[in-house]
Design a protein around this ligand. Structure first.
Ligand code: NDP
Ligand code: 2IT
Length: 449
């Protein structure tokens, strides 16, 4: 594989051999290994102790059957996963994704990314991820509850505040975390708040957790703009997706004076030249669980819906891909560059393909990689764990200030590390190296385990 240091090439070959057919996992590993060439030259101890090789192999992988009964009385069956990737820095930590596309390769790519992301936060959390190929779309609340109860009946054997602490991701929000926590509480007869994060505010949740990923992504991009002597004021922004991350990214961009002119879901995208009306979007997506075309129908003026198509055709100066992996490829990147896009902030995990990353790099577009830019979500989960452990609950502003400080630190560490290792301005390299070094040093200290 061109571009990989020889020793890293061997590690990568081994990953391909051990994990056949898991394309997204291969992609995530390759991207990190690609950045680590200068690190292994400087620090041969990471190779000698097989730190990198061990990092690519999850500590534990759990796959289980999830049977449940639908509203018509029919038995349905899904597959559940929890990949406990690395616990050198703390208990496994990472979200659960419920989406029909979920298979082991998706969970492993997400779990692998999570190790470095969690390391970058500077907090005591290891990396893991889980989920199911369950599709919540069109399911009643009662069906979602029965599914979550069945899922947790098995998952409960493997989680705990000192072991593994799941949270939300695609298809898993406050409703699902509530059903999962309720079942865990019932099964264990313990009010163990620290077993899950993303809880509701009246039952152990943290202020700002709901907003944290979207807000954090915008804080990170704001730091990049500041470093260029600019700000969000008056900037045209396009956000993909219209779920948790997208919604609160839009909210923070508007608070900072930018205008988000488009967002999307898997059916297409909506353009509103006056800026997305967030109250209307929340009513449609969060309350009614509807689709973005309903936004255009309700809003009318200067707004239109495009069925299918690419939201990246809409001209903007800042792009925030916040839907899913590999949603922004080479052609979309070329279009964005042509339209004058200057900064791309990954709200989602691995939304820009390797071809897209190359296009942005060649064009001098600043790219904030997901493991740094969207780390505000998991960082605020760690703040939720702190509050649970001390039986405390903090105010909104206090918590948001902490989040902003964490994002500033991550930005600065990525920028400094990129500079130190000879790639100034390259946040992808900076995030991979800075995230790696903290976890690798902990693994060295803990011995061969
Ligand atoms: P949600 O389920 O709230 O929203 C997901 C959004 O992305 C929806 O608009 C959905 O559209 C769209 N989407 C999902 N899958 C696809 C697909 N295959 N093709 C096209 N559109 C798709 O999830 P989140 O907002 O929580 O997550 C979005 C991204 O952010 C994910 O990559 C996730 O891993 C990442 N992330 C989330 C964090 C969190 O705290 N929630 C933290 C860090 C990263 P539709 O409804 O039509 O499916
Ligand atoms: O990808 C992610 O960082 C998340 N889905 C959030 C994980 C968490 O534990 O809050």
């Amino acid at each position: 594989m061109p571009g990989l240091d020889e020793q890293l090439h061997h590690v990568y070959e081994e990953v391909l051999r051990r994990n056949p057919g898991e394309q997204e996992f291969h992609q995530a590993v390759h991207e990190v290994l690609h950045s680590l060439g200068p690190v292994v030259k400087k620090h041969p101890e990471y190779v000698d102790a097989a730190v990198i090789k061990r990092l690519c192999e999850p500590e534990r992988q759990i796959i289980f059957r999830v049977p449940w009964v639908d509203d018509a009385g029919q038995v349905q069956m899904n597959r559940g996963f929890r990949v406990q990737f690395n616990s050198a820095l703390g208990p496994f930590k990472g979200g659960l994704r419920f989406h029909p596309s979920v298979y082991l390769g998706i969970i492993k790519f997400l779990g692998f990314e999570q190790i470095f992301k969690n390391s970058l936060t500077g907090m005591p959390i290891g990396g893991g991820k889980g989920g199911s190929d369950f599709d919540p779309k069109g399911r009643s609340d009662a069906e979602v509850m029965r599914f979550c109860q069945s899922f947790m009946t098995e998952l409960s054997r493997h989680v705990g505040e000192y072991t593994d602490v799941p949270a939300g991701d695609i298809g898993v929000g406050g409703r699902e975390i509530g059903f999962l926590f309720g079942q865990y509480k019932r099964m264990t007869n313990r009010y163990e708040s620290g077993v899950l994060t993303g809880k509701g505010l009246t039952w152990g949740g943290s202020q700002v957790r709901r907003e944290a990923t979207g807000y954090g992504t915008v804080f990170f991009v704001d730091e990049i703009l500041k470093a260029k002597g600019e700000s969000f004021e008056g900037k045209r922004v396009v956000v993909s997706g219209s779920g948790n991350v997208a919604t609160y990214a839009i909210e923070k961009v508007h608070q900072l004076g930018g205008v988000v002119v488009a967002c999307s879901d898997s059916s297409g995208y909506v353009v509103d030249e006056d800026g997305i009306d967030l109250e209307l979007l929340k009513e449609i997506k969060e309350v009614r669980r509807g689709r973005v075309n309903e936004y255009a129908e309700a809003k009318g003026n200067r707004t239109h819906f495009v069925d299918g198509g690419s939201v990246w055709d809409v001209p903007c100066q800042v792009a925030l891909p916040s839907a899913t992996q590999n949603e922004l490829g080479g052609a979309a990147a070329i279009q964005l560059v042509k339209n004058g896009c200057q900064v791309v902030g990954e709200g989602a995990n691995m939304p820009v393909t390797p071809e897209g990353v190359k296009v942005f790099g060649d064009a001098g577009v600043r790219l904030a990689p997901g493991k740094a830019a969207n780390a505000g979500g998991v960082a605020t989960s760690a703040l939720e764990m702190q509050q649970n452990a001390s039986r405390d609950s903090w105010g909104f502003e206090f918590t948001e200030d902490k989040l902003a400080g964490i994002m500033r630190n991550i930005h600065d560490r990525c920028a400094e590390t990129a500079e130190e290792y000879g790639s100034p301005g390259n946040y992808v390299v900076g995030a991979n190296i800075a995230g790696f070094i903290r976890v690798a040093d902990a693994m060295l200290a803990l011995g061969v385990i």
